[in-house]
Design a protein around this ligand. Structure first.
Ligand SMILES: Nc1ncnc2c1ncn2[C@@H]1O[C@H](COP(=O)(O)OP(=O)(O)OP(=O)(O)O)[C@@H](O)[C@H]1O
Ligand SMILES: [Mg+2]
Length: 618
């Protein structure tokens, strides 16, 4: 066959293959055009999942009559004129392809009017060079694009479409995402003449949060932390869900770069890393985030649908995102943000596996007659304790130090005493009882909390170990009798090779035979724990994960294992002093909301929760 130039309509149909996958892709292109036209109101009418009709009307700048034909031609755009423009582009569109592509696979009519024009003009197109003469139309200033019978002339494509319902669901999801990108724009979405979404422009933060709640559910906004962070020319703001408000799917993650919704591996990785320490295995965080940066630093011309971008300084963007998120998550402590209380977030979360269970098991309290013996005593001790523990004393810390081991004589260097205002009740309140030797019940200013003592202690220990490790001062304590540990040859070799690494962790370890190592000193925190087993676990971890992984990631994992071994076990009754010391420590600990495996460490029942449950004052 000889070479021949393709007809225009076919060229456009080929281009449509990349951009127009389904009705939702048409909607995306048209709404983005309305954004670029400066519209403040966009109405989207859908018939039969968009298969029959997609009609989008805006109040933007409109198109002058003489440009209508150009708007429908390939490679004609008002948005860029040079390569330099492309490199700094901030508009959603720039390829000059969307309208001709759509018109080559559907029946497209364009009606538009500028503010200055006396009337609107209407044209139709079929993706070829042929354009129907513009006809006058009474349309107000702005633009309407009417797209009917998508894929009527490309049956192969039409076959891939799903049911009307599914296609509409895609459209609705898309409009939600677009609505989160532009709070200043109002949206109305109808399906088969029924109004499905009506969002007014939202200029203030409370209104924006209302829009987010309308789209992501109130649970999200109630359990989200507001972020606003800027460094080295990058700016990140938005809302991130606290770690316990996680989901089983990655379906509530919205990330915008200069107002453009994107999906990006680098971003996903940075977010995942930031949550790594606090997210329960297999769960996904929830966020709505906006990154702003110099458009010259991001290449949006990386993919026909513009859903992917390329950052010119990928490493920098990654580190910036990680830092911003990591810090905001670390900063979450009891008594700080109103949104951060274990209970509200657990109860409000329909998607977690914990919420409903907790509510059921936590609420049916025993009647006074059946109350645990000794509870009155605990209350008494609590009130005696209240004045004493307004300030954390060294003796308390030493009491608390016992938690770290089964024996009592362990000395831990006391953390600097944390002064709490004499009269103030600390955020996590004062301990009343250690229920079933598992949960600490404490009374707070506004209700009660339950703490999983092991989980909380594990986080406290872990954060403390991390801090000491980073500062290079994990305290090592020599053993009176060195311990001989049997390991595999590979593990023994690893222990020998990584002598320095273990030393930094507080272990003095030497190889003493092909399959034995000798332990001469251990971290003071772990001196009375089963270090033998711990070391075996650590070596096994290091072997399976390989030592090549980034030192910090690996050391964190090892510190996590250490923390787990070093933390108070369930079934040991804690004294009130110990419990209070733990509560005070929790208040000072970063990421305390979750244990090292991402499970919640505490849950609060507010006065209002209790009143609601007992139907008081209703
Ligand atoms: N709703 C609208 N209001 C005003 N002008 C519009 C509207 N839609 C399209 N246009 C004009 O028509 C031109 C062509 O639109 P089209 O979507 O095909 O290309 P583009 O937006 O420039 O680039 P891209 O292919 O990347 O979307 C635009 O450059 C713009 O000038
Ligand atoms: Mg466009």
């Amino acid at each position: 066959m000889r070479i021949q130039a393709l007809p225009t309509q076919l060229i456009n149909q080929i281009a449509a293959g990349e951009v127009v996958e389904r009705p939702a892709s048409v909607v995306k292109e048209l709404v983005e055009n309305s954004f670029d036209a400066g519209a403040s109101q966009i109405n989207i009418e859908i018939e039969q999942g968009g298969l029959r009709q997609i009609k989008i009307r805006d109040n933007g700048c409109g198109i002058v009559k003489d440009d209508l034909a150009l708007a429908l031609s390939r490679h004609a755009t008002s948005k860029i004129a040079s390569l330099d423009d492309l490199e700094h582009v901030l508009s959603m569109g720039f390829r000059g392809e969307a309208l001709p592509s759509i018109s080559s696979v559907a029946r497209l009519t364009l009606i538009s009017r500028t503010a200055e024009a006396d009337c609107a003009w209407q044209v139709s197109a079929d993706g070829s060079d042929r354009h129907f003469e513009p006809q006058p139309d009474p349309h107000p200033p702005g633009t309407t694009v009417d797209v009917r019978d998508l894929f009527y002339n490309t049956p192969a494509r039409r076959k891939f479409l799903k049911s009307e319902k599914t296609e509409f669901a895609h459209i609705e999801g898309l409009i939600q995402k677009l609505a989160l990108s532009r709070f200043d724009v109002g949206f109305v979405l109808t399906h088969n003449q029924r109004e499905m979404l009506n969002l007014k422009p939202a200029e203030t933060q409370p209104l924006q949060e209302k829009r987010i709640a309308a789209i992501c559910g109130t649970g999200f906004i109630d359990n989200a932390v507001r972020i606003d962070y800027a460094a080295s020319g990058l700016q990140l703001h938005g809302w991130v869900g606290v770690p316990t408000f996680s989901r089983s799917q990655q379906d509530m993650q919205f990330f915008y770069v200069n107002e453009r919704l994107i999906k990006d591996k680098l971003v996903a990785h940075a977010v995942k890393q930031a949550y790594q320490d606090v997210m329960y295995h297999g769960r996904h965080p929830v966020f709505v985030l906006y990154l702003r940066l110099d458009p010259a630093l991001v290449d949006v011309n990386a993919h026909p649908t513009k859903l992917e971008v390329r950052f010119r300084e990928g490493r920098m963007v990654h580190d910036f995102l990680f830092q911003a998120l990591h810090r905001s998550l670390a900063a979450q402590r009891p008594g700080q943000a109103a949104s951060f209380t274990g209970a509200e977030l657990v109860f409000a979360q329909p998607d977690t596996d914990w919420g409903s269970e907790l509510q059921q098991t936590a609420l049916p309290l025993t009647s006074p007659a059946e109350a645990q013996p000794g509870s009155a005593d605990s209350v008494y001790r609590r009130s005696a304790d209240r004045s004493a523990s307004a300030k954390i004393t060294t003796s308390q810390i030493n009491q608390y130090a016992k938690l770290y081991s089964k024996a009592e004589e362990i000395a831990v260097t006391p953390a600097p005493a944390i002064a709490i205002a004499q009269t103030a009740i600390p955020p996590l309140g004062f301990a009343l009882a250690h229920i079933h030797s598992i949960y600490i019940l404490a009374e707070t200013t506004n209700g009660v909390i339950l703490v999983d003592a092991h989980a909380a202690h594990e986080r406290v220990t872990y954060e403390r170990l991390k801090q000491h490790y980073q500062q290079g001062d994990i305290i090592s304590q020599p053993l009176l009798l060195p311990i001989k540990i049997k390991v595999s040859a590979a593990e023994a070799e690893l222990a020998e090779q990584e002598h320095e690494f273990f030393l930094k962790l507080g272990f003095e370890l030497n190889r003493s035979g092909p399959e034995t190592i000798i332990l001469r000193a251990t971290p003071a925190l772990l001196v009375k724990t089963d270090v033998d087993q711990l070391l075996r676990d650590m070596l096994a971890d290091m072997l399976t994960h390989g030592f090549s992984r980034k030192a910090e990631e690996l050391s964190n994992e090892i510190l996590r294992t250490m923390a787990c071994h070093g933390s108070v076990r369930a079934r040991r009754k804690l004294t009130v002093e110990e419990m209070n010391a733990l509560l005070r420590d929790m208040e000072q600990t970063e990421r305390i909301g979750q244990c090292n495996h991402g499970r919640p460490t505490w849950v609060a029942l507010s006065h209002q929760d209790l009143d609601r449950f007992f139907m008081r004052g209703q």
